[in-house]
Write a protein that binds this ligand. Sequence first.
Ligand code: SAM
Ligand code: SF4
Length: 458
Amino acid sequence: MKITKDFLEKYNKPGPRYTSYPPATSFTASFEKDDYIKYLINSNNQKPENISFYIHIPFCPQRCFFCGCNTTALETNEKIKKYIECLIKEIENVTEHIDKKRKVTQIHFGGGTPNSVEFKFLKNIIEKIKSIYTLSSNCEIAIECNPAYLELNDIDDLAKMGFNRISFGIQDFNAEVLSAVNRKPSKYPVEQIIERTRKNNFKGINIDLIYGLPLQTPESFENTIKKTIGIYPNRIVTFSYAHVPWFNEEQKKLEKYKLPLPEEKLSMLATALNLLTENGYEFIGMDHYAKSTDELAIAKKEKKLHRNFQGYCTKETTGQVLAFGASAISQLAGAYSQNFKNPDKYISLIENTGFATERGYTLTNDDKIRREIINEIMCNGYIDFTEIAKCLNFSVYEVKNAVDFSSDKFKEFENDKLLTIKGDFIQVSETGMLVVRNIAMAFDPLLKIEDNKYSKTV
Ligand SMILES: C[S@@+](CC[C@H](N)C(=O)[O-])C[C@H]1O[C@@H](n2cnc3c(N)ncnc32)[C@H](O)[C@@H]1O
Ligand code: SF4
């Protein structure tokens, strides 16, 4: 697949990333603790039956100026200990409402920097979950690591604790770029880290990169991509830097440097895409690539790919997401529920009320239809209206009506060979998958593109 800048330019428009439908911008404070409990109970009789745990560790020894995640600079040991105790308390409280016969298929530690806290805390959390629930034989236990704070023997310890997937935040190999964004480079050469990870039989190794950071040029980013290909991890994510200083004050600090121009960013994207697909990686969607032998690439071919707040996964391993910690978002069949973002507030609410719900969203039947359609199009690049109607127990008319479907809306996509429509079947082409956010937006009748609300789709 060769891609041109003109094509990317045409489709580079602001839009949601649809990590959930509706996006988190629709959550409201009228959704409270009791609503969360109601939908936790309701989740026991809904599909998927499996449970995915998300554990949010918000602490970072040093904050990167570009960061869009919910993090706080490293706290005292006492505060971290208290936070972990509360998180374990939250697991116990939520568990009171969950059918313990449901299997756990995923446990994901994200952040923040989960590898920056003492490992006994991570161990306590895993042990707690294992003491209550049965883990499926293919359970994924994953952690996001910043290699600046990782010793080589930490990797052995993580493997002993049961972790079988690991993601390293590299962002860029160029020392000047890292220094400009206030980030320390990896403590050990990345080749050594990956070798140690392979020795410990981790099933999945991922590397995160970002393009669009200050001082990056198309040439420097090409070198970063080539070096990453040389290391040959199973998965690579090339995030487009989302510069949204109106949400994130700290990002303003980057404006004193030369940020890559939009056309330079597009050139970085095109280079990454062309180099990765020429070197054994398949484009999974939304900045994600996987080796063709990787589960995600196989799931994509078999139309069994799925996505949640933690990223891509297979339909087999996904579950309804129970999320713990500050800012964590639970994704249940009938609702989303998000905790307060501030760790102090989180601690005080868990200690005093047992829960820390700040806001959420109850899905209507139309939302459930839209969620299914947008998820299918974003993950598997196809829609079969008849199959979706059958699966969700609605008529084809109701399904099409919920997404306000009319083939006229897709004429331009068809003319640009991004998709084909045959009766009740829509197939997105390989090129269409590159701009699949734009296609998803056409299935979202509630979408209002307000100035500055969303990052651009490319
Ligand atoms: C929780 S961090 C990963 C773990 C660890 N904290 C680290 O930085 O290595 C999640 C990933 O989000 C990505 N990210 C963070 N802020 C971003 C932004 N503003 N735009 C695009 N990607 C971003 C980075 O690639 C980062 O690796
Ligand atoms: S990118 Fe990672 S290390 Fe940097 S501030 Fe964000 S979460 Fe922390």
